[in-house]
Design a protein around this ligand. Structure first.
Ligand SMILES: *Cc1c(COP(=O)(O)O)cnc(C)c1O
Length: 407
């Protein structure tokens, strides 16, 4: 077999992946070769509706023409300068994101995990330089079932055994507490706590929604103890839950917001942290950086991706259509469903333990033209592009009804 073989059937593509790629994923065997809006097509031309939206990176729908145009236009001008020089896109991106979010400053990175690392560095530096914590004593409180990425520091404070197994020793300074448990946080607070790092809804954890008032209490506790509240909105932010940021459901204002995924509409890895001057001011030249962070393509793509969210009212659509979707799902009589949870177009269908796991339901949905990815064995996750319309939701509900009633 020559190395220049052009893979074109799904079977060929899968074989090549399995032979030459690291086996660090277990994907559904659908080989996507084209996509548009809520739809993707495999190499044989079969069409599927996408209910994962690349973990909310394509909230704007696949291959959105406006973001595509921004990418192509900018790629023809200048792609990368590095931050050793300035570029003419970055300032405008900062201005747009700052005025949209209401935070003074933006620090751009590429992947979500890098932005989480950036937030950790900001919180620690703030603790030492502003709060006055003694050298190397800063603590960050984190929660069971968290998902913040895959770097060694981040997996070090995961509660998922597999994420950690074989990757130690880990970065110290993190305290793992039960999620949605205010008493545990109160008991853990002391003068060395730099920050609390929390997902407003745990997506990878199974669309776990804390009791209303949880974030507000975390905000009060961090204020009482002069600690930062860092909210990871990488998956929940930019419209997914029916608000621009999920923390807005509780009317709190964090000190650091972490965003990524939909910030580029799926075209390019773009992430960032948002904070006011008191926190962002801890960074001085040389303290932190990234060769690709804030590059001209990233800045141009992100500006278009944000424009699409606002101009197409994707936040409002998510709130309205998500409520409709959840209501209709509740009407489906199913022997398998344990609980339905949702905020906006982000819905978890938790199955009973005896249902045999969510994977077989996802495979049955795939056979009917719907792509869903299970999370935590028993939860079917529903997270379509926010551009989905009511007719497409009805199409999906028909298929979900059939699969949720199967033996
Ligand atoms: C996806 C995700 C990350 C990590 O983002 P990557 O781009 O995969 O590094 C971090 N936090 C949350 C909540 C996420 O959903």
């Amino acid at each position: 077999m020559s190395p220049t073989l052009v893979a074109n059937t799904s079977k060929d593509c899968i074989e090549l992946e399995e032979r030459y790629g690291a086996h660090n994923y277990h994907p559904l065997d659908v080989v996507v070769s084209r996509a548009e809006g809520v739809w993707v097509w495999d190499a044989e031309g079969n069409r599927y509706m996408d209910f994962l939206a690349a973990y909310s990176a394509v909230n704007q729908g696949h291959c959105h023409p406006r973001i595509l145009a921004a990418l192509v236009d900018q790629a023809k001008k200048v792609a990368l300068t590095s931050r050793a020089f300035r570029n003419d896109q970055l300032g405008r991106f900062y201005e747009q994101l700052s005025s949209l979010s209401g935070f003074d400053k933006v620090l751009p990175m590429n992947t979500g995990a890098e932005a989480v690392e950036t937030a950790i560095k900001a919180a620690r530096k703030w603790a030492y330089k502003v709060k006055g914590v003694a050298k190397d004593q800063a603590k960050i409180l984190v929660f069971t079932n968290n998902f913040h990425g895959r770097t060694t520091t981040i997996v070090g404070f995961s509660s998922e055994e597999q994420y950690r197994d074989g990757f130690g020793p880990f970065t110290p300074g993190f305290v793992l507490l039960p999620y949605d448990d205010i008493a545990a946080v109160e008991a853990a607070m002391d003068d060395n706590v730099a920050a609390i790092l929390v997902e407003p809804i745990q997506g990878e954890g199974g669309i776990l929604i804390p009791q209303h008032g949880y974030l507000k209490r975390l905000r009060e506790i961090t204020e009482q103890h002069n600690a930062l509240l860092i909210i990871d909105e990488i998956q929940s932010g930019l419209g997914r839950t029916g608000k621009l940021f999920a923390y807005q459901h509780e009317d709190v204002r964090p000190d650091i917001v972490i965003i990524g995924k939909a910030l580029s509409g799926g075209f390019y890895p773009v992430s960032a942290i948002l904070a006011d001057d008191e926190v962002m001011g801890v960074f001085h030249p040389g303290d932190h950086g990234s060769t690709y962070g804030g590059n001209p393509i990233a800045a141009a793509v992100a500006r278009a991706a944000l424009d699409v969210i606002i101009d197409e009212k994707l936040v409002e659509r998510s709130a309205e259509l998500g409520a409709y979707f959840l209501d209709e799902l509740r009407k489906i009589p199913s022997p398998h469903v344990h609980e339905l949870r949702g905020r906006g177009l982000w819905i978890g269908i938790e199955l009973k333990p005896e249902a045999g796991g969510a994977r077989r339901f996802c495979e049955a949905l795939m056979a009917k033209g719907m792509l869903c990815k299970e999370t935590h064995d028993h939860v079917i996750r529903i997270a379509p592009p926010l551009t989905i319309d009511r007719e497409q939701i009805d199409w999906a509900l028909e298929r979900l009804a059939a699969v949720l009633q199967m033996r």
